[in-house]
Design a protein. Structure first.
Length: 65
């Protein structure tokens, strides 16, 4: 049940490291800001997906019991 949370956090950490490598190689502040914004949007989407999955799981557990 915790696997998707760990997966998304590892994806977020990987993208942060890739963004810093991109920023160091290109040194373009606009590109860096854009990648940060994309990272925030991706993490928000992951949070929404996780909360909906967990809510559905708890609702199903309540219906069973």
């Amino acid at each position: 049940m915790l696997a998707p949370i760990f997966l998304s956090s590892s994806i977020i950490l990987l993208s942060i490291s890739l963004n810093f490598k991109l920023y160091n190689s290109v040194a373009n502040s606009n590109l860096f800001i854009l990648s940060i914004i994309m990272l925030v949007l991706v993490s928000i989407v992951f949070d929404v997906v996780h909360t909906s999955i967990l809510c559905n799981f708890f609702i199903q557990m309540q219906h069973i019991s």
